[in-house]
Design a protein around this ligand. Structure first.
Ligand code: ADP
Ligand code: ZN
Ligand code: MG
Length: 495
């Protein structure tokens, strides 16, 4: 795109981006939505199939109650109104991975509507509208690559056919790529807390299409939107929106008009492309699914699910700030996933040092995990093991610097801090007598610096502390060293 940074801030003063997301989330049920086949990811192709999810004539769908329970959890956590009666419909289109020739989805009468997700934008809380949450089945998967004859054939794996999904549609309430990114992040966190999905974008259990338009600031109506697909990561969502917003502004500035169309993000070329018109001609001819009864949700079922909801992210964050004296930023990061929040609470309780635990988790532990591209669920350092390290640091047995080295070793070998310390003779020297001995040696070896200090050059003290630390290979307690040096050197005053 040719809009320069300077020019782009000028056009953004004139144009306002408007974004609405459509998010598909795979539910973590054991079996598919309308049959008993397993939903396990990664099984051999076409091993989890039956007449229902193959779409064989005469096979009848039976709704999975667990899928409805999970969808209700999601909808309630998104503050939606639950429709006491919703219906399934057939969404007709032809694609090789859709054996029935239609997808069973909810259309006119969805499970839930009119919700909201709370966001934090520029330090202020703002809610983004949720238009609807509905249930549907997934399609199979076409495999175009990875086979010896992939240049002439595509293969189809129907294991995913009939896996339960919820579609969450947002109102066009988002106004920048960053806001869209935050919305999707919060949505993912919420689903992880509810335990209804693993929201793994790489495995396709979280998918997102972005609708975007721009309009002159202050305009009463929305501009014409495009729908961007093929967004396989959070980064791509942000990049594709940035590209698309700039493209639309450029078209409008050039006197053109925006075509309402579906566009694909091309991550190699870092741009969006319009699809050929035939590929997006939406004419699904929805009609009611005759093989399924209307879905009725009783008040008591709804309320029992509401009562069963776990502590949600914003409440957990507030509680952790209160209970552990954490700052807003720390609490936000630590509640980013339920697994991380659990880990923190375990370390904090076992060590009795909440702030220090937070520092070590968000600092060194996260750094090492990121380095290995792992998340907290894969950590080789258990919460109990980290708590032990944090306690050793808190009571002054080891210094922060030693703690860093020991944690690196814990990562590498899986050993406990106490084991590593015993093996390497790593113990902080805080004993005044022992430190005093080294201090006297250092003073004797550096008479010139000792004299400078006595004549009033106080800055020399930290150089001398450094020498003592060097002599003890970093094991001396710096506080104790400083006191011992002052005592041995006597007063520092100009002659
Ligand atoms: P469609 O009829 O194309 O499916 P919908 O009105 O159902 O469009 O909305 C689909 C998604 O697009 C929703 O997330 C909605 O918030 C968003 N959306 C609708 N109109 C616009 C617009 N003018 N600009 C940006 N997003 C929009
Ligand atoms: Zn099946
Ligand atoms: Mg629509």
């Amino acid at each position: 795109m040719s809009i320069s940074t300077a020019a782009s801030s000028a056009v953004f003063a004139v144009y306002e981006p408007v974004i609405g997301l459509e998010v598909h989330i795979q539910l973590l049920t054991q079996s598919k939505i309308f049959c008993a086949c397993s939903t396990r990811f990664g099984d051999p192709p076409n091993s989890n199939i039956c007449p229902v999810c193959l779409g064989l004539p005469g096979a009848l769908p039976v709704l999975n109650r667990e899928a409805v329970t999970m969808a209700l959890k999601a909808a309630l956590a998104l503050n939606c109104r639950i429709n006491p009666r919703s219906r399934f419909a057939r969404k007709n289109y032809f694609y090789p991975d859709l054996p029935k020739g239609y997808q069973i989805s909810q259309y006119g009468e969805p499970l839930a509507e009119q919700g909201a997700l709370e966001m934090d934008i520029g330090g202020a809380s703002r809610s983004v509208g949720i238009t609807r949450v509905h249930l549907e089945e997934d399609a199979g998967k076409s495999l175009h690559e990875g086979f010896p004859d992939s240049d002439e054939k595509s293969y189809i794996d129907l294991n995913r056919s009939g896996v339960p999904l919820i579609e969450i549609v947002s109102e066009p309430d988002l106004h920048s790529p960053d806001e869209a990114y935050q919305f999707l992040t919060r949505l993912k966190t919420l689903m992880l807390y509810l335990g209804v999905s693993d929201c793994n974008m790489e495995e396709g259990s979280l998918r997102c299409d972005a609708n975007v338009s721009v309009r002159r600031r202050g305009a009463a109506s929305l501009g014409t939107k495009t729908e961007v697909k093929n967004l396989n990561s959070f980064r791509f969502l942000q990049k594709a929106l940035t590209f698309e917003i700039e493209r639309q502004i450029e078209v409008l500035e050039g006197g053109g008009t925006i075509q309402q169309e579906t566009r694909l993000w091309d991550s190699r070329e870092q741009r969006t492309y319009g699809m050929r018109s035939k590929e997006f001609a939406h004419d699904y001819r929805y009609f009611p699914e005759p093989d399924l009864l209307p879905l009725l949700i009783s008040e008591s079922w709804k309320e029992s699910i509401r009562r069963s909801l776990p502590e949600l992210p914003h409440l957990r964050k507030a509680r952790m700030m209160r209970e552990y004296g954490l700052g807003e930023q720390e609490a936000s990061q630590l509640t980013g996933s339920p697994a991380l929040a659990d880990y923190f609470e375990e370390v904090a309780k076992a060590s009795g040092e909440a702030r220090l635990s937070a520092n070590w988790i968000l600092g060194d532990l996260m750094f090492r995990l990121n380095e290995r591209r792992q998340d907290i669920t894969q950590t080789p350092v258990s919460a109990v093991a980290l708590a032990e390290l944090v306690s050793l640091i808190a009571e002054g047995t080891i210094s922060g610097k030693m703690g860093k080295d020991i944690l690196a070793e814990m990562f590498a070998s899986g050993q406990r801090a106490s084991q590593i310390m015993a093996e390497k003779g790593l113990q902080q020297i805080s004993d005044a007598e022992e430190v005093g001995r080294v201090v006297r040696q250092v003073i004797a070896a550096n008479p010139k610096q000792a004299e400078q200090y006595r004549r009033g050059k106080t800055a020399t003290l930290s150089w001398l502390v450094g020498q003592v630390m060097k002599a003890t290979r970093g094991r001396a307690n710096p506080q104790v060293v400083q006191e011992a040096l002052k005592k041995e050197l006597g007063p520092s005053a100009p002659a």
